[in-house]
Ligand binder design. Structure first.
Ligand code: URA
Length: 422
């Protein structure tokens, strides 16, 4: 094989053969195929597409570029969850201990946030003492003990994806369904769980803003998972307004803890339970997650999970030093509270990062005092902005300039789950 032949095949609209895919992914990982060649191939794939067989094979080749996590010895069925990312999406925090309490082992190898969407590890790192890095042996131990572990993905899982994702990021080739789907699934297959539930978000705050594109992505993800021997399903869920009432790091941990204590905002509780049902059904475990949540037992699992990674569950969470309140511009029904705008505002306040190496401010973020569909009175607090540095408020307010709409007619809020695929 040569890189030029592979590029030409795709450039001219042809199908890549299995051996071509295996070769090009492996040679790129080893540095034999140059960055500029992979960049041309990624653009050809973006423009010409890949069919289901090519995408499945591409995923398998990226899995084969590194190690897979060996969960063979874990004594319970294993289930994994992935969200394509959204604003205020703290679901993993409560879902992992909840499903573990129901008897399933849940390895959540998570990432950090970039841009307007947050990362699970950044959120957990707001807990004093908590550390994200675990060895493979520690991950297995945690799964046997508490059944739940949330930690950083080890460097050796799907290294081809790590390299390719960084290249796509700077070459305008992120937005390709086969490339996104194979990227996500290579990491999930390498994690080695027996089943996987995907939360594919659509709306302004999501990766896919239109439902048709989100459905296309969900179908590609499910098809790759199935082709790679993973029991996979997906829920399409809305992301046009933030999930719950908190967006940031420490504030999202606090909200997840409320949910684990049987309280918390209705949308977060409902989505957590819906995803838990899906995971339990796939793992073949008969339990009622809503009852387990109400019992407080999932909170005990949370405490064990956090403590085992050095976290102090009794220590107060960090709080930003400064607040700024945004009030309702008029009386009526809150029709819009735009997810993307709130996500960008939280990011500007320091909750997110602009570059991979930047730190995040754990106490920063946005609290939403009203949700779409609720009645508001003129002058009532709608949003509370939290920042360590008050100089961050103007930029956040600018991001929010078109975020809020108040209507004088009834507004129905979106269902928590739009469709199930798989
Ligand atoms: N998330 C990923 O992991 N990969 C992509 O390509 C896009 C989003």
């Amino acid at each position: 094989h040569t890189a030029i032949d592979v590029i030409r095949t795709k450039r001219d609209g042809g199908r890549l053969t299995g051996p071509q895919i295996d070769w090009v992914v492996d040679a790129y990982t080893r540095g034999e195929v140059a960055e500029e060649q992979m960049s041309a191939l990624a653009m050809a794939i973006l423009l010409r597409g890949m069919d289901a067989d090519e995408t499945g094979r591409w995923t398998a080749a990226m899995v084969a570029s590194g190690n897979t996590l060996d969960l063979e010895g874990v004594r319970r069925p294993t289930a994994d969850k992935h969200s394509t990312g959204g604003v205020g999406d703290k679901i993993t925090l409560a879902l992992t201990p909840l499903v573990a309490t129901c008897g399933v082992a849940v390895p959540q190898l998570s990432g950090r946030g970039l841009g307007h969407t947050g990362g699970t590890l950044d959120k957990l790192e707001s807990i004093p003492g908590w550390r994200a890095g675990l060895s493979v042996g520690e991950i297995r131990e945690r799964l046997d003990e508490a059944g739940a572990v949330v930690c950083a993905a080890t460097e050796d899982l799907a290294p081809a994806d790590r390299k390719l994702y960084a290249l796509r990021d700077v070459t305008g080739t992120v937005e390709s369904v086969p490339l996104i789907a194979s990227s996500i699934m290579s990491k999930k297959v390498a994690e080695g769980a027996q089943s996987l539930v995907l939360d594919v978000k659509c709306g302004s705050g999501a990766f896919m803003t239109h439902v048709d594109r989100a459905r296309e992505l969900a179908e590609a993800l499910v098809s790759i998972g199935t082709a790679n021997g993973l029991n996979t399903s997906a829920l399409l869920t809305p992301m046009s307004t933030p999930l719950g009432r908190s967006v940031g790091n420490a504030v999202e941990v606090a909200e997840a803890i409320e949910v684990l204590r049987g309280e918390g905002p209705a949308d977060v509780v409902e989505l957590t339970v819906a995803l838990a049902r899906e995971m339990l059904a796939q793992a073949g475990v008969d339990a009622d997650p809503a009852r387990v949540l109400a019992s407080g037992r999932a909170y005990e699992t949370w405490c064990r999970m956090i403590t085992a990674q050095g976290g102090d569950v009794d220590a107060p969470l960090p709080r930003a030093a400064h607040t700024h309140t945004v009030v309702a511009p008029e009386s009526g029904v809150l029709a819009t509270l735009d997810a993307y705008a709130v996500g960008v505002a939280a990011w500007r306040l320091g909750a997110g990062r602009g570059r991979k190496e930047d730190p995040v401010r754990h106490g920063a973020g946005v609290l939403c005092h009203a949700k779409p569909g609720e009645r508001v009175e003129q002058g009532q607090p709608l949003l509370e902005l939290l920042a360590d540095d008050p100089a961050d408020f103007p930029q956040a307010l600018e991001a929010l300039s078109d975020a809020v709409e108040v209507s004088d007619v009834e507004v129905t809020s979106a269902p928590v789950v739009l469709e199930r695929i798989g």
